[in-house]
Design a protein around this ligand. Sequence first.
Ligand SMILES: NC(=O)c1ccc[n+]([C@@H]2O[C@H](COP(=O)([O-])OP(=O)(O)OC[C@H]3O[C@@H](n4cnc5c(N)ncnc54)[C@H](O)[C@@H]3O)[C@@H](O)[C@H]2O)c1
Length: 356
Amino acid sequence: MGRYGIAIVGCGNIAKAYVRDMVRYPEVELIGVQDLNLNRARELAKAYSCTAFITLDEMLADDRVAIVVNLTIHHAHFEITRRCLEAGKHVHSEKPLALTPEDALSLVQIAERKGLRLGCSPVTWMGEAQQTAWKKIRDGDIGDVRLIYAEANHGRIETWHPNPVPFYEVGPFFDVGVYPLTLMTAFFGPVRKVTAVARVLQSERTTKTGDPFHVTAPDCVITFLELEAGQLARLTTNFYVHDTCQQGIEFHGSEGSLHLHDWLHFGSKVSLCKYGEGLEETPLVRPSPRRENPEYSRAIQELAKAIEAGRPHRATGAHAAHVVDVLASAMTSSRTGCAVEVTSSFPPCRPMEWAE
Ligand SMILES: NC(=O)c1ccc[n+]([C@@H]2O[C@H](COP(=O)([O-])OP(=O)(O)OC[C@H]3O[C@@H](n4cnc5c(N)ncnc54)[C@H](O)[C@@H]3O)[C@@H](O)[C@H]2O)c1
């Protein structure tokens, strides 16, 4: 197969992790990078011997670029992705796809109209541990899953991230709640009803460089989800409790329970017990390339393979748009105190071929 030319927009914290894995994939070639902060783009381009584009338009005009990977900050995702699609590029975006369901849906529609691929993170459900959990569930090892508990205690981002304010502007549900939410909807399909409570637990914060900032968006959101397939789920997300506390997802079925100890890391422990018996660790369907971190760019390789084969790609824009719909519905519920019905849907997700 040919190599698909990749360009990255947004050369911040996560870009390095993407590029580190991406340059090893035979299916893609890193053509160049772009950032509002030209120095950041130049630094990354120098490290990987590729082009530092001065503007987005310059990057979009380069015919070698087939796929744009949007690693800008949350508020910029929609506009960058829209411009890339309109310019005829396939796009994979970091999460969330957009900040409103209307914007997210419009991106899906533009991609469809133009016959382009639109993919979105999080894709941590493609990890070895996560795929192992899903296979056990599909194989019926814990019977009919009826209850899900998910915890996203993500700590205080300002203690490690150089630019924490955008994360607090969107809040933990949009930033990290999306991980377990995307995972459970990948496994079981769409959410149909959301009830949520949200609160600011710590309004005054300080950046690593000592600048104080004030938090207005809730830094804690607790959500109750009713899935179309019948499961009831409880999801806690916050930027308050340290991430050494619960960070996993539990699936409780008619025959037993399965605990994915960490929804983020591909090498996470997976434990299973039959009802009334002890919890035992389950071997992963294949070894994870790394124990501690996710392979963020795995979906880019998957997307390139899917385009080449003419088959659907796994991390779809429609799924990500549904997730944005659920996020927005939860925030509405937290303001009104009422449950919110969700009507959007997406095509069923498919397991990775090595875990089918
Ligand atoms: N940091 C992490 O650990 C992490 C992990 C997974 C996913 N993510 C996601 O990745 C995205 C980026 O996060 P980050 O931590 O790298 O943030 P960051 O602030 O470190 O980097 C974002 C970069 O995007 C650039 N940018 C912003 N608007 C732009 C625009 N309009 N055009 C071009 N460049 C623009 C900024 O200048 C900055 O360099 C977010 O959506 C975040 O949710 C981050």
